[in-house]
Design a protein around this ligand. Structure first.
Ligand SMILES: Nc1ncnc2c1ncn2[C@@H]1O[C@H](COP(=O)(O)OP(=O)(O)O)[C@@H](O)[C@H]1O
Ligand SMILES: [Mg+2]
Length: 165
């Protein structure tokens, strides 16, 4: 569960978020709805710690995002942005293996490779794992990034799947 407690956020003199308190339950699909410029992305950036909290508190499964070490938070949190910038010289298996970075810090062992294989298998990407991202179809690349809503659960991101212990 994500808990948001009295979060406010300003850019210069402009009040973007004003005392937001809410909970986002685990295991459900939650939609944040509002007009353009309402502050949806700003709130998501605060949750993902892409913007520093100015006031209030946010926690993910009880871990306060402002204080929890990145290493620990990275095992809980995966973020998929609105736009996916494709680094075309990246192979699918390399993209997925980024999910295991908090475990291996650049030195993957057999267990890490096993989890990457499992994630690729889960998303039906095994036959394409050696391909560069610009060598697969749009839909296949979306599956690798996790934009495939059919997966619709906590593992809806191959990199996230690779984050399993
Ligand atoms: N870097 C920025 N500098 C100034 N204003 C910004 C910046 N980023 C966002 N805003 C403003 O903050 C408000 C909320 O933006 P945003 O959270 O992106 O809205 P939403 O995602 O709901 O469309 C908008 O009015 C936007 O213009
Ligand atoms: Mg937005």
């Amino acid at each position: 569960m994500i808990q948001i407690q009295d979060v406010s956020f300003k850019i210069g003199q402009c009040q973007i978020l004003n005392h937001i308190t809410t909970e986002i339950p685990a295991g459900k699909l939650t939609a944040l709805i509002g007009p353009n410029g309402a502050g949806k992305s700003s709130l998501l950036k605060q949750i993902a710690r892409l913007e520093k909290l100015q006031s209030g508190e946010i926690s993910i499964d009880g871990l306060p995002v402002s204080e929890t070490p990145t290493e620990k938070l990275a095992l809980k949190m995966a973020v998929l942005g609105q736009q996916t910038v494709i680094a075309s010289r990246l192979r699918l298996c390399e993209l997925v293996s980024f999910g295991r970075w908090p475990h291996h810090h650049g030195r993957p062992c057999a267990k890490d490779r096993e989890q990457v294989c499992l994630a690729l298998e889960t998303f039906g990407l095994t036959p394409l794992s050696g391909r560069f991202l610009d060598e697969v179809s749009g839909g296949q690349a979306q599956r690798a990034f996790g934009n495939d809503l059919r997966a619709g659960n906590r593992l809806a991101f191959a990199g996230r799947a690779a984050q399993q212990p």
